[in-house]
Design a protein around this ligand. Structure first.
Ligand code: ATP
Ligand code: MG
Length: 358
């Protein structure tokens, strides 16, 4: 049987933003709606603890927020299994086995980790749990035998690490239990790593440069109108740059030719508008106004769905509880196979027992 299993997750360190949406959520919803996949979506509270050990309240506060964001984006419990990481025993048992197959120097080489250490100003006091979260993440993926992992490009080194663990495990224990996962990246470059509203290379909760899925109309407008653009584009007549300009990168991620017909018929499409901006003669305000119209139209139904689900939080909690129960069952099966492969399933192992009772 062909493997059609998807797993992804998000750290409950805040509400989800446009970066999450274009980097991963939009793809999850698309894949879910094809009806061809079995999808697990995990709230990664254990991973969030690795750099928030002293602030568990932040994580508690965001569990239901992230659930609402999932539902708002269009994930549904009939087609997707929602789970919370800390309640799945397999997810702390498997890292115990996998960590013996990974060297310290391999962890230190991980470019995402290197970058995140810099961002968090850990310097030399890096928590062990943080350093080893790529191993834990390999456990999350392999516990469900997931083949597909829809993520932004910052996660590619994590998938590489997971594949290495799968290969080592299958080789060392002479089995083919674990499945090699592959990343499912967004369709365009601007979505792979969505820039922040401040022009910083990545929109990130930790950097405070986000437009959140739950932001109201007024907040969205304020954020867009004060967005970073091209600092060399001072007068309208100056030639402008579009390549690292968040306004154009967001338009690339969200606008369609239909939007131009509706909101800015001076141009047939984004390409024509870009060319005008680069030649000079097109002001930032006009671009931002278009972006605001596009984003308001895009985010209104997402916000409306969120408000609808938020009316019955008991039901939302049930979705997470039921999904977590199912996830425990599925992942326990993998753990059993893993224990068998290593040979530490003493009480259920016939050859082990036969030796004792011969
Ligand atoms: P934190 O600052 O707490 O690390 P984050 O905003 O980086 O939060 P994560 O929970 O680490 O978010 O990421 C969840 C998923 O969203 C990952 O698949 C990641 O690739 C994707 N993602 C996050 N930010 C972006 C972004 N700016 N562009 C594209 N994808 C993103
Ligand atoms: Mg992150």
């Amino acid at each position: 049987m062909e493997n059609n299993i998807i797993l992804t997750g998000d750290r409950p360190t805040g509400s989800l933003h446009l970066g999450h949406y274009v980097g991963s959520l939009r793809k999850r919803v698309e894949m879910q709606n094809t009806g061809k996949y079995q999808q697990f979506v995990m709230i990664a509270d254990l991973q969030a603890l690795t750099d928030n050990a002293d602030n568990p309240q932040k994580i508690r506060d965001n569990i239901m927020e992230v659930m609402l964001d999932y539902l708002a984006a269009g994930l549904t419990p009939d087609k997707t299994t929602f789970l919370v990481q800390s309640h799945i025993p397999a997810l702390y048992e498997l890292p115990m086995y996998y960590s013996n197959l990974v060297t310290m120097s391999r962890l230190e080489r991980n470019p995402t980790i290197k970058n995140e250490i810099k961002m968090r100003n850990f310097e030399r006091s890096i928590p062990v749990g943080f350093m080893t979260y790529p191993i834990s993440q390999a456990a999350d993926i392999t516990a469900f035998k997931a083949k597909y992992v829809p993520v932004g490009e910052d996660q590619l080194p994590m998938l590489e690490q997971a594949r290495e663990i799968v290969n080592s495990f299958n080789r060392v224990y002479n089995c083919d239990i674990l499945v090699e996962p592959e990343a499912v990246l967004p369709d365009s470059d601007s979505c792979n790593r969505l820039v922040g509203t401040d022009g910083n290379a990545k929109m990130s909760k930790s950097l405070g440069n986000c437009i959140y899925l739950k932001d109201d109309e007024k907040t969205i407008k304020t954020k867009i109108m004060s967005m970073f653009t091209d600092p060399t584009h001072i007068n309208v007549t100056d030639p402008g740059h579009t390549e690292n300009n968040p306004v154009f990168l967001y338009l690339e991620a969200f606008s369609t030719d239909e939007d131009f017909k509706k909101y800015l018929p001076d141009y047939a499409n984004l390409q024509e508008m870009k060319e005008h901006y680069e030649r000079g003669g097109l002001g930032d305000m006009k671009c931002k106004k278009l972006l605001n119209s596009v984003m308001q139209e895009y985010l209104a139904p997402i916000r409306a769905r969120r408000e609808e689900y938020a009316k019955d939080m008991g039901e939302v909690l049930n979705m997470l509880r039921k999904g977590t129960e199912k996830a425990v069952e599925v992942s326990n099966e993998t753990v059993n196979e893993v224990r068998n492969a290593i040979g530490i399933n003493y009480f259920n192992d016939k050859t082990f027992m036969d030796k004792i009772f011969k």
